[in-house]
Ligand binder design. Sequence first.
Ligand SMILES: Nc1nc2c(c(=O)[nH]1)N[C@H]1C(S)=C(S)[C@@H](COP(=O)(O)OP(=O)(O)OC[C@H]3O[C@@H](n4cnc5c(=O)[nH]c(N)nc54)[C@H](O)[C@@H]3O)O[C@H]1N2
Ligand SMILES: Nc1nc2c(c(=O)[nH]1)N[C@H]1C(S)=C(S)[C@@H](COP(=O)(O)OP(=O)(O)OC[C@H]3O[C@@H](n4cnc5c(=O)[nH]c(N)nc54)[C@H](O)[C@@H]3O)O[C@H]1N2
Ligand code: SF4
Ligand SMILES: [Mo]
Length: 709
Amino acid sequence: MPELRSRWQRTLCPYCGVGCGLLVRVEDGAVTRVKGDPDHPANFGDVCAKAVHLPPALRTPDRLLHPEVRSRCDRERRRVPWELALRFTAERLSEIIAAHGADAVAVYASGQLTTEEYYLASKLTRGFIGTNNFDTNSRLCMASAAAGYARSLGSDGPPTAYADIDEADCFFLIGTNTADCHPITFKRIRKRKLAAPDRVTVIVADPRWTETADLADLHLPLRPGSDVALLNGMLHVLWKSGLVDDAFISRCTTGWPELTRALDRCPPERAAEITGLSAEIIVEAARRFGRARAALTLWSMGVNQSHAGTDKNGAILNLHLAAGQIGRPGAGPFSLTGQPNAMGGRETGGLSHLLPGYRRVTEAAERADVERHWGLTPGTLHDRPGLSALEIFERAAGGEVRALWIIATNPAASMPELDLVEKALRQAELVIVQDAYHPTETTRFADVLLPAAQWPEKDGVMTNSERRLTYLPKLVDPPGEALPDSVIVTRLAAELGFKHAFAYGSTGEIFAEFAALTAGRPCDYSGVSHARLTSAGPLQWPVPTADHGGTPRLYTDARFPTTDGRARFIAVEPDDPVEQPDDTFPLILTTGRVRDHWHTLTRTANAPALVARTPEPILEVHPSDARRAGVSDGDFVEITSRRGKAVAQCRVALTIREGTCFLPFHWGRRFGFYKSANNLTLAARDPISKQPELKACAVRLRRVAEVGA
Ligand SMILES: Nc1nc2c(c(=O)[nH]1)N[C@H]1C(S)=C(S)[C@@H](COP(=O)(O)OP(=O)(O)OC[C@H]3O[C@@H](n4cnc5c(=O)[nH]c(N)nc54)[C@H](O)[C@@H]3O)O[C@H]1N2
Ligand SMILES: Nc1nc2c(c(=O)[nH]1)N[C@H]1C(S)=C(S)[C@@H](COP(=O)(O)OP(=O)(O)OC[C@H]3O[C@@H](n4cnc5c(=O)[nH]c(N)nc54)[C@H](O)[C@@H]3O)O[C@H]1N2
Ligand code: SF4
Ligand SMILES: [Mo]
């Protein structure tokens, strides 16, 4: 009789960037139950519904079990052994590189890979294939936060910790629906608020009244995209009421005089005009922030997903620097990362302008460090940033990028302007898709399908929002012939002729190679190893030595990693979203998430309890807008933008600002062509972070009726 294995084991949640520790019960080689790990410092045993309902989402009939290849795009894909799939892929890649150069190849990866996988894919692409065209879905997610931190503070990396939640007496939640999207972080904020309701203030800035806003003392339903005006208006009030920290400004920053000139143009009355809020509520929000002993600002996609996302981040950082609200317990800017390892991605160089260890491709000395570490001839690494996510697909649609390798992301559902993305996937000469599931919107276009092991069928490390590294052990075997992404990358590297540089005995060795490359960098975790994380538990970087206990908070000495050690104020100006409402498209559509689903639904659509609670996308519309469009609560409506259409049932409610409507983006075209919010969104992007404006496009609504109804 086979031994019945049944035990609880520790790991990390594979969903959001809160990074909760989980206890997982494995029975007969399958995950049967999931609960919170009481010993993990991110959640102390708490857990949300998505994690609880992981078991049915893992071993499903739509798991991709075998490699498949088609040699011509007019043929069906057929199942082939791994060896053949990898040889075919390597030969096609080599042909394309020989004929068109390495920049004809682009790799598009994901914040859901482990740090080891990210590092390997980046190393192979940049160091050995020879192109910086290595980007990830973090471009749609955290790119503006990363760019904002680097510009203002000198380096990426959120300076705060979850422990700060217990110390803060002002929470400013801007562009984040924390209650639905980072539920365990939200629970901690709520606990803090409820423990001292009069001393702790919560301000929420969101055009919608969300579960998050329900906790707020002040809800600021600002016009979509007007955040810089709100933040500048608030800082104007702090400045004029003597609530700024003059000593901190003069000792630790530069650029204050230039910033005050921008602030002069944005008194609260002007901010009120732009945001559609009252001047009084802006003043009140500013005073509450300014008088706080310790203020914590939390933000995510309502700020980052904008053509001015870097400036919005700059405006948040300005506020904290001016008020001296940084580097102290309970005080600081705290960007909430979306994906479980979006942070690890930034650390390993998961954006096309970066190299491992927060290095930049444009800096000769930083390239040289990496070349040495990888045993490359000096000058091998390219000094120009590669293509960013949207550019990869635009150039593929235009024929310049000929080979696309897509790992752990589903761009044919999650990118703006899906028609362009689909064109790119049809146009490319070679599309390699490495996913755990099939079909997805993207796997449909693959010439090569590579079956990936997923959580918890492989091991590795991930970094959560508070810079905390947790080791995820392998708990079950992958189904069919699926392999860990790190194994797929090393095997493909070997087929391409780079076996010597990718000869690892374990993921622990890969981690060690990367960790050594962080030594002396802001994200130094050269003191961390798999063995240490396994025996001592999760750690917050920097961890520069093996006996260093980790760092809860950055910049406690008020020294910043800039050339002069000072943080930089950035004089940012308000700027409207790229598309403004007009007679033809009178409403602004904003898109985002719901509590019960994860992204493009490859997993959560397999969890019956989650589907039962949220079976379909629902459009949220304000009663006045509904009346003007002739639609009533429960009607099906056609939503049209300059790029396409979607259809959804609508909920008419006062929970959304007049002039704005909201549609979740989880449902891609495989659930019905017209269910996808990304039929509507636009590819306008931030000039610095290259992050697309997924939170604002102009639309009109029309009621649709059944024939004969
Ligand atoms: N349940 C669930 N949780 C998730 C995820 C998921 O798919 N499902 N995904 C994870 C990932 S990768 C991410 S990035 C995070 C995202 O987490 P969030 O950023 O919290 O989620 P979103 O719903 O995208 O957007 C947040 C809020 O921004 C508001 N907003 C829209 N436009 C503006 C604006 O112009 N200004 C302001 N101030 N607010 C605006 C929206 O109304 C929305 O409530 O969630 C993570 N957690
Ligand atoms: N309109 C609109 N669009 C958006 C957003 C928005 O707010 N509005 N948000 C954007 C943001 S912030 C994000 S982060 C993106 C997310 O967008 P995506 O990254 O496209 O979403 P996921 O569904 O998480 O895709 C992950 C894919 O990896 C697969 N997978 C899971 N585990 C593994 C693994 O271990 N290995 C491999 N190889 N594959 C695996 C899954 O099956 C799935 O196909 O969406 C963006 N798109
Ligand atoms: S809050 Fe995020 S990390 Fe924590 S259990 Fe829920 S999905 Fe997982
Ligand atoms: Mo994200």
